[in-house]
Each structure stands twice: as C-alpha cells, then as structure tokens.
Design a protein around this ligand. Structure first.
Ligand SMILES: Cc1ncc(COP(=O)(O)O)c(C=O)c1O
Length: 405
C-alpha cells in the first residue's frame, strides 16, 4: 500500500522564513549568555509611542471592542487609511477600497490569492523579501526574478522588466523602499515603470510598508519622498494593489496591523477571502492604528532621524572593510553590502565560498548575526538591519572590521 503523504504538497513546499530563523538563532545564543550582536531583525527597536499605547488601553475598557467587527476593518480605520493613502501615496480612495489585515504580510498573501490563477507569472525584482516567493507559490503563481545587483543600486530598469515579460505576465511586484536592499526608486524611475505596466496591462502589487522611512544624502537635508506608482501614473489605480501597515513606521510589529488598498472588485474578493480566513483584526490593534495614523507624527520623525544616524554609522564603518561594496541605502532600515570580495579567502581558518557560509563564519567567530543573501535571492550579499542601539551597532561592525582585517 502506498503511504499517503502527511502534509499536502502545497504546505510541504513552503520554506521557513530565513530572516526569522537567523534572528531566532541569534536570540538563542544570547539566551545562553553569548554576547551576540544581531543585525538580523526586521523590526524597529523602539517602543510603540505612548499616545498609541494609551488609545489601545482605552479600547480594552470599551465593551464594543469585545465583539466581532466587520472583516474588512473598522469604518473609522478604513477612513484613516484612505486619508493616509491620499497623504502619502497621492491616491484618493473611499474607505470601501480598503481591507484591514493582520499585518502587511496578510495583505501580500491576499493580494496574490486574489489576482493569480495557476501559471500566472509575477515579475519579482531581486533581491526580494523572503515572503513573496511563498505567497506567490501558494497562489499557484510562477515567480520570474528580475535581478538588479549592487552596481545598479539594486534598482531594476524598464528594459530588464520588458525582457522578462511574456504573455503570462500578470503582475509586477514593486517595492520601494526595498527590503532587503534599502533601495529607493526616484520619481522618474517610478513613472517609467508605471507607464510600462499600464501599457502592457500588467497589475502592480506595490508594497509601501517602508514609505515613511527615507533618508537624505546630507545629514540635515530633506528626505526624498517615496513616490507611489499610482501617484506617478494615476491611470494605474484600477490595476494596482497597495500594501502597507503600521509595523515599521510606528514601531508596531507585534500589533499585527496592515492593510491593502485597491479597486473595488479586488477589494471585495480579498475581503471575502479574509472573512473565511481570519475575520476582523483585533479591535484593540485597530483602535491603536487609528491613533497612530490620525495622531501627531513627531515620534515617527524622531525614530526616522535615529535610523538615519545609524545608517550613516553602519555605511561608513562597513565601507572600511576591504572586500565589501556598500551601496548607500536611501530607505527602510537595512544595508545590503555585496560581500563577494570576501568569499574564497581564508578568515580564521575558514574559507567561505557563499554568503551563507560567510554568515555562519561571522556568527561563530565575531558573534555577529546577519542574514545571508540566499534568503533574498542570489548568494554574495549580507543584509544588516540597523534597527538596533547606537552602541551595539558600532561594536558589531568593529568586530567585523577586526575579523576581516
Ligand atoms: C517589504 C515588507 N513588506 C511587508 C512586511 C510585513 O510587515 P507586517 O506583516 O509586520 O506588517 C515586511 C516585514 O518585514 C516587509 O519587510
């Protein structure tokens, strides 16, 4: 008798999140008392600002929050998201075009579930965030990588996208600023890509979760605006899903609150899916998000400035290491050096040939955790998050400088 597989083929094919795995390993070593400095986490180290926590506390005392609420989100929050979308993405939408999700991650999942049929192709600029491949696969889609390396600032061009386009291309994934590279597309680049997508009738899933975290070239300069693809090319609005959330901007990763914004038919479909999958997001988190979006934004600016300061430190220090090429990130809170110059050389008795081996080496020998490029596409890179305190941030890179001296 042939044995039935225990897991479905669909679930057996999902990989564990590589970023969470490295972070968990670093935390386990720290728990053993080892002085590991971790650049692995994809979350701000700050506490959620007080005014947001206060709103959540008040919500816990209000019995109306103890019950099920509409699956697509509280009307007041959908309104706040619509206002934020106009403010930051330049798109006027009614609250009916918003679905509140359990983090941006659920919005990514639902976007692909809603758009893709088996065999539909999704153009994915690489390096890419680890969750996209699994979300595309689970929707039956086929991922087509479009790679942009350090020499082009990790920014794909229209020519590259066009070369990857086929009759089955349904969606372009567009992420700016990017995780893992921190790369930010200029207004002109966004417009060119948006016009190309419109011309070829390609849907866009635009992940804007880092849109409020951008940095100027000079220390006191005005940060560049992250231009939304629907602002650059308004005609795209009817074939674009915007993904966003409070996690990164407001230091609210644990509150699990994101959203998707899109055309009415797609939003209706996604809301139907969510009504069977998870129903409404916790009302307490939704009330906190209303406070976050509608309240004063000074705390956000303070955190952004801290990230910018740390970004300058880590870029300056990593650039001193011979063998690392460090494009200057303009957004998010990651730096993504090309480390191919360190591979194939001996360090402390070990000769790493891949960035996976290099990441192991620096964890073993310098007690520094970073996520290898293999988690986001090709080997040859490391992702370091600079969302950690100034002192450990400096100490960690100094350890790397000593290791690779
Ligand atoms: C590019 C990108 N999109 C979406 C998310 C999802 O964030 P969350 O589910 O915490 O809102 C993340 C989190 O790491 C991310 O890096």
């Amino acid at each position: 008798m042939t044995e039935k597989p225990r897991l479905s083929a669909r679930i057996a094919a999902i990989a564990e999140s590589a970023t969470l795995k490295v972070d968990a390993k670093a935390k386990a070593l720290q728990a053993e008392g080892r002085p590991v400095i971790s650049y692995a986490a994809g979350e701000p180290d700050f506490a959620t600002p007080d005014y947001i926590v206060e709103a959540a506390l008040a919500a816990t005392h209000d019995p109306k929050n103890y019950r099920y609420t509409p699956a697509a989100g509280l009307p007041e929050l959908r309104e706040a998201v619509a206002a934020k979308t106009l403010r930051d993405s330049g798109l006027e939408v009614s609250p009916g075009h918003v679905v509140v999700t359990n983090g941006g991650k659920q919005a990514v999942y639902q976007a692909f579930q809603t758009l893709l049929d088996p065999g539909d192709e999704v153009l994915v600029p690489a390096p890419y965030w680890t969750t996209y491949p699994e979300a595309i696969k689970l929707a039956g889609g086929r991922q087509v990588d479009v790679f942009a390396g350090a020499e082009q600032g990790y920014l794909v061009t229209v020519e590259q996208l066009e070369a990857a386009r086929t009759d089955r291309t349904k969606v372009l994934l567009f992420v700016s600023p990017s995780n893992p590279t921190g790369a930010l597309y200029s207004a002109e680049q966004v417009q060119a890509i948006g016009e190309w997508a419109l011309e070829h009738d390609i849907w866009v899933v635009a992940d804007e979760i880092y849109q409020n975290l951008t940095y100027a070239d000079e220390a006191d300069g005005v940060p560049p605006r992250s231009v939304s693809i629907v602002e650059a090319v308004p005609g795209l609005a009817n074939q674009t899903i915007l993904v966003n959330g409070v996690a990164k901007t407001y230091a609210m990763t644990g509150w699990r609150l994101g959203w998707m914004v899109g055309p009415a038919d797609v939003i209706k479909g996604a809301a139907n899916l969510q009504s069977h999958l998870s129903s409404n997001v916790s009302n307490i988190s939704q009330r906190a998000a209303i406070a976050a979006l509608n309240g004063p934004q000074d705390a956000v600016e303070e955190m952004r400035r801290a990230f910018d300061r740390r970004r300058r430190t880590i870029v300056a220090e990593l650039s001193k290491i011979d063998g690392m090429t460090v494009p200057v990130p303009q957004g998010a809170f990651y730096v993504y050096p090309d480390v191919s110059g360190l591979l194939g050389r001996e360090w402390g008795g070990v000769t790493p040939t891949t960035s996976l081996e290099l990441a192991d080496l620096i964890l073993d020998q310098a007690e520094v955790a970073a996520v290898p490029g293999e988690a986001f596409g090709p080997s040859g890179y490391l992702r370091l998050s600079y969302a950690l305190g100034d002192a450990p941030l400096l100490e960690g890179v100094q350890r790397l400088q000593r290791l690779f001296a």
